[in-house]
Write a protein that binds this ligand. Sequence first.
Ligand code: NAI
Length: 252
Amino acid sequence: MTDPARIAIVTGAARGIGAAVAHRLAQDGHRIAVLDLDAAACEPVAEAIVAAGGEAIALGADVADETAVQSAVDACAERLGPPTVLINNAGITRDNLLFKMTTADWDSVMGVHLRGSFLMSRAVQRWMVQEGWGRIVSMSSTSALGNRGQANYAAAKAGLQGFTKTLAIELGRFGITVNAVAPGFIATDMLEATAARLGKPYDELLAEFAADIPVGRTGTVDDIAAAVSFFVREEASFTTGQTLYVAGGPRC
Ligand code: NAI
């Protein structure tokens, strides 16, 4: 059975997990707004989706900017149709131990993850309520359980889990489900940045992480895209307010 085609906005989709999610949802038959800070950086992802027979547009917006978010959601509705799938994936890290963490480090991480997910969800829910159907999936992290050097990021990622549960309660009556995926160690540019910060070769860091992961490897962007794809499906309509840890083991 094939699900009906929906219109999905994936934030932070110019690369990494967001790009993989955009590709996966396109393969699932959905039309994709590939959103990131710079529209030009989204073009290669949108073009690859179109080349593979799908439909996609590139949108530029800072998810922490209220006006930019509204314009991007309006542009999606105009060019593709009413967005009823939202993947809040855009993210940054500004890691430091508490005593060295600046207020700017704190604010920018909160701004992208929490304010960004709030602004995007609020702008898109109008369309979802109108259509009587919707899916919101936000990217949390195993760091939500606590991670040295990531007080800002861990708080934001734990915050997203509370945000998810609350939206699930508020929006359930409109046919909208709201869930979160909490990835463990996934090989992306973000993890390369962590390796650089720790002063370790990237491969060495991946091997170190893998040694502590029950399935014996770090994750791939496709592992995360598969979990997002599940939450978006029609058959997941009774699954809401959940956080699915996708981390190669029960904890990290
Ligand atoms: P990445 O750094 O490769 O990609 C993040 C994307 O978000 C970039 O394209 C960036 O331009 C975009 N972005 C950043 N700020 C933005 C803003 N204000 N507005 C719009 N776009 C913005 O990161 P990666 O690894 O693909 O991570 C994606 C999500 O998954 C993030 O939310 C991250 O926190 C989360 N995550 C990643 C893990 C990993 O191991 N890579 C583990 C757990 C969670």
